[in-house]
Design a binder for this molecule. Structure first.
Ligand code: HEC
Ligand code: HEC
Length: 189
């Protein structure tokens, strides 16, 4: 008979043995799947194109949600529809884990005067997007993202071409000038 104590140790060792290799394999698989993404999203998801979002350090839950939304056509862009068409849920989770664990290379920056105006309006965003706009789960990181990309998304939420109940409501009463100021501020974080 093995004691309770021994069996706890045995199951602990089994758990470590089973979980470690799996999560390591997921990362490696994600990195491999991420190769074609670098053309547009840059090395390790650090985009240098102002209209293409940086994926490095983005929240993994958010990334997985977006990849699923592109695949099903809930979020519409031809490029990303094509890029996600053949991804399985497992691929999506591996890609999300890979990109979320990459370090952001540099802040995209933003016009300093505009950023100051944006800072004054940003408090209403931080409750969901995090105190330093680092994101949390389904709420995306905005810190360091390209301002041009952020403005594009805010407009899409306002027009309703990108659907998210929360963001559609929040953008309804903001102007394009507000979007530019907020985007400059978040890009500079
Ligand atoms: C040909 C260029 C191109 C390639 C290749 C590409 N993307 Fe994209 N991706 C874009 C553009 C442009 C956007 C912004 C689209 C929009 O406005 O919805 C985008 C958006 C995204 C987003 C949404 C990010 C956010 O902050 O909401 C994710 C996630 C993403 N891409 C992941 C990937 C992954 C993973 C791959 C590789 C499997 C990939 N992309 C390949 C151009 C590309
Ligand atoms: C009540 C919570 C909440 C508040 C407050 C909020 N957001 Fe969001 N935001 C979200 C959620 C949830 C998403 C993801 C939507 C999705 O999955 O498509 C999002 C997405 C975004 C995106 C898209 C990011 C990307 O990478 O494509 C931008 C930009 C954004 N929010 C900006 C803002 C700004 C600016 C404010 C303040 C004016 C704000 N949000 C306030 C919940 C919130």
């Amino acid at each position: 008979m093995i004691s309770l104590h021994q069996s706890i140790i045995v199951s602990f060792c089994l758990a470590v043995f089973i979980t470690l290799p799996v999560s390591a394999a997921d990362m490696a698989a994600g990195e491999q799947k991420a190769e074609p993404c670098a053309t547009c999203h840059g090395p390790k998801g650090n985009s240098s194109n102002a209209q293409t979002p940086t994926l490095a350090a983005q929240q993994s839950t958010y990334l997985a949600n977006q990849l699923k939304a592109y695949k099903t056509g809930d979020r519409i862009t031809l490029t990303m529809l094509a890029m996600t068409a053949n991804l399985t849920n497992e691929d999506i989770n591996n890609l999300a884990a890979y990109f979320s664990s990459q370090k952001p290379a540099a802040k995209a920056g933003g016009d300093p005067a505009l950023a100051k105006t944006g800072e004054a309006k940003a408090s209403m965003c931080l409750g969901c997007h995090g105190a330093t706009a680092q994101g949390n789960g389904q709420f995306p990181r905005l810190a360091g993202q390209h301002p041009e990309y952020l403005v594009q998304q805010l407009k899409a939420f306002k027009e309703g071409s990108r659907k998210s109940g929360t963001m559609n409501a929040i953008t309804a009463n903001l102007s394009e000038a507000d979007f530019k100021a907020l985007a400059a501020y978040f890009g500079s974080l």
